[in-house]
Write a protein that binds this ligand. Structure first.
Ligand code: DMJ
Length: 652
């Protein structure tokens, strides 16, 4: 028992142990310090919990976000935000009517200049809308069974055994001579532009030449410093393991080979083909992402086969698809994310909501697998993807939305985070493109696409205070007013889907609005390149606010949308925006040893990440090249791009 004494040499006893006076003082001080620390800790926790709700998502997200993924967990959907006119902002009738919104300049704190710009853009938009015409990417008679390579007619479904010396050099006369353009591929608007004044044509040709030189620079450096490795580290000048790990699978070679073909880089194409023939075996023991392997390797090889007719590409694609088969061995048929190609074991990512499969991953196999069945005559690939499709068609969707995670064993949705960006994106893209790839015969795919887009329009489509249209993220029972760079592909997608929708004009305009938003995300940065994700709140519009969202890793999605908008509307501004991106890439991302990502788009002279992503060659440069080419180069009524920009021929 503790006793305190009043004697001169008093001692204090605590639990029977004598404590000298000095120590008593010390303990008092300690108590105060501990109390102070606890109080501070409590205040911080209180503040964080009530005033920083985003933290709850971020805690589990950061790691996975690096790999393009994240999560949420509540089923309820928030009410639509109300616009200044008292109508819900997400009301689809409002989508194209942002010009009615009355902007209060005092609420846009950083931007009197911006307001002027926005109003000017709206004025321009009004004019554009009056004249905007959808150029039908599919001719009415839908005769799409042939493709032309070097003026030879080749069945699209079964490429000939053309030799690679038949590669077309698209930077040559075919590109230069507008009169050779196949008008059956184009509408009136196309013809007007393509027969437009010579100075525009010369400028376009110069731009295309610049992109070709960019491709040469990235390819030559990869060849010199990283040949056979997955990617190039352009500053340290050696191979980079990439998402495919340490086994050198030549990811850049396979991802870029169809770009080499399309750009007429014959010598490089031959060397790439030879490497694939001799070295691409997929024999090492490594866990590979089924999704990434499919869109980059199988997609790249199938595209090379379709373009060149070389059976070797088809056989390699089949060999890889066969190695991924164990992933599909689940009770539902929904594949797991990863396969060890040596042992055949498969698993899901630990961070994916406790081991669930991811919508954008298992939902982005259909194009490649169905084409593989078509060209091999083996229906096993088609069966696999049809099983996924049927499952998704029949499962209950909360309010018509498709959450990002599904348990492949129980068949239940794991969480209800819904996104047009990471984790969701290419699932929607593949529904639309499956319909297109089948020559519009797969009507279920189109119906599912229309239903999914309608639900996302109703629940997630927003207009910001300064009139920018964007898809917010549905997360943890609320909308997070953020758009990923990845989600910028959706402008091109909805515009491509306009034809065949219930309201083509509306969707074409929606595509234009999303393109404008994504362009703003580039234009509002110091480097004129866009961040990984941008946000909308009272003080921020289309800018990243978090340091870990300010990077740019040579991604294609914004340029991809410019490409579709250019092909579908022939508005010169899309070519000009693409050219702005070219200039920014040259200024900030080009280094002596290739092209690198940057760590902060808002800083002049930003730090560099020293990675030349394979999708830079597969997608970013390809879409740029096609924007400055005429429509006869991979026409949209004959080809469908997979999500890694590998074109597959439309089935007649
Ligand atoms: C590419 O691999 C594909 O476009 C994929 O669908 C999403 N992300 C990257 C490029 O950003």
């Amino acid at each position: 028992m503790a006793v305190e004494s009043g004697l001169p040499n008093f001692q204090r006893y605590i639990n029977g142990v004598p404590v000298p006076n000095g120590r008593k003082m010390l303990r008092l001080r300690e108590k105060y310090i501990i109390m102070l620390v606890l109080l501070t800790f409590g205040t911080v926790c209180f503040g964080a919990f009530f005033f920083l709700p985003d933290l709850r998502d971020r805690v589990s997200m950061d790691g996975m976000r690096k790999h393009l993924r994240d999560a949420g967990n509540v089923i309820f959907f928030p009410h639509a935000r109300i616009g200044p006119d008292g109508h819900p902002i997400s009301d689809k009738a409002k989508i194209l009517r942002h010009d009615e919104y009355n902007i209060d300049p005092h609420r846009i704190d950083d931007k009197v200049r911006l307001r002027g710009k926005i109003e000017a853009a709206w004025e321009q938009d009004k004019k554009d809308k009056a004249s905007l015409v959808l150029v039908d990417p599919l001719p009415k008679d839908n005769k799409v069974e042939i493709m032309e390579i070097n003026n030879k007619v080749v069945p699209a479904e079964k490429p000939s055994d053309k030799k690679s010396d038949e590669l077309k050099d698209l930077s040559n006369d075919k590109q230069k001579d507008d009169k050779k353009i196949n008008n059956a591929d184009t509408g009136d608007v196309v013809k007007m532009e393509q027969h437009g004044d010579k100075s525009t044509a010369d400028e376009t040709e110069k731009r295309r030449e610049t992109v070709l030189k960019m491709m040469r620079h990235s390819w030559d450096n990869y060849e010199t410093y990283a040949w056979g490795a997955n990617e190039l580290r352009p500053i340290s000048r050696h191979g980079h393991a990439s998402i495919f790990g340490n086994i050198p699978l030549g990811a850049t070679i396979v991802d870029a080979i169809d770009t080499l073909y399309i750009m007429g880089m014959k010598k490089e194409f031959e060397k790439a083909k030879d490497w694939i023939d001799k070295n691409l075996k997929f024999e090492g023991s490594s866990d590979l992402s089924v999704f990434e392997t499919n869109i980059r390797f199988i997609g790249g090889l199938l595209s090379a086969y379709a373009l060149s007719g070389d059976e070797m590409f088809k056989n390699k694609a089949k060999m890889i698809a066969d190695k991924l088969m164990p992933a599909f061995n689940t009770p539902t048929g929904i594949p797991q994310s990863m396969v060890n190609v040596k042992t055949g074991s498969s698993r899901n990512w630990g961070w994916a909501s406790g081991g669930c499969s991811i919508l954008s991953e298992f939902g982005s196999l259909h194009l490649e697998y169905s084409y593989l069945s078509q060209i091999t005559g083996d229906k096993i690939y088609m069966d696999k993807v049809m099983k996924i499709r049927n499952f998704l068609q029949n499962i209950e969707k909360p309010q018509g939305l498709y959450p990002n995670y599904l348990n492949p064993r129980t068949g239940k949705w794991c969480q209800t985070h819904v996104s047009m960006g990471a984790l969701g994106d290419s699932f929607y893209e593949y529904l639309l493109k499956t319909w297109l790839l089948t020559g519009k015969t797969d009507k279920d795919a189109r119906t599912m696409y229309d239903g999914a887009i309608k639900a996302m329009e109703d629940k997630m489509l927003q207009i910001s205070k300064d009139g920018l249209t964007y898809f917010a993220e549905y997360k943890s029972g609320r909308l997070e007013h953020k758009m990923d760079h990845l989600a910028c592909f959706s402008g091109g997608m909805v515009a491509l889907g306009a034809n065949g929708s219930s309201d083509p004009t509306k969707y074409l305009h929606l595509g234009a609005e999303i393109a404008r938003t994504c362009h703003e995300s580039y234009d509002r940065s110091a480097t004129k390149l866009g961040p990984e994700a941008f946000r909308f709140d009272d003080s921020t519009q289309a800018k990243a606010t978090r340091q870990n969202e300010k990077y740019y890793i040579l991604r294609p999605e914004v340029i991809e949308t410019y490409f579709y908008m250019w092909r579908l509307t022939k508005e010169q501004k899309y070519r000009d925006w693409a050219w702005e991106a070219v200039q920014a890439l040259e200024k900030w991302c080009r280094v002596e040893g290739g092209y690198t990502g940057i760590r902060d788009v808002y800083q002049l002279n930003p730090n560099k990440d020293d990675v030349q992503q394979s999708f830079f060659l597969a997608e970013t440069l390809k879409y740029l090249y096609l924007i400055f080419s005429d429509d006869s180069v991979i026409p949209l009524h004959k080809w469908v791009f997979n999500t890694e920009a590998h074109p597959l021929p439309i089935k007649s």
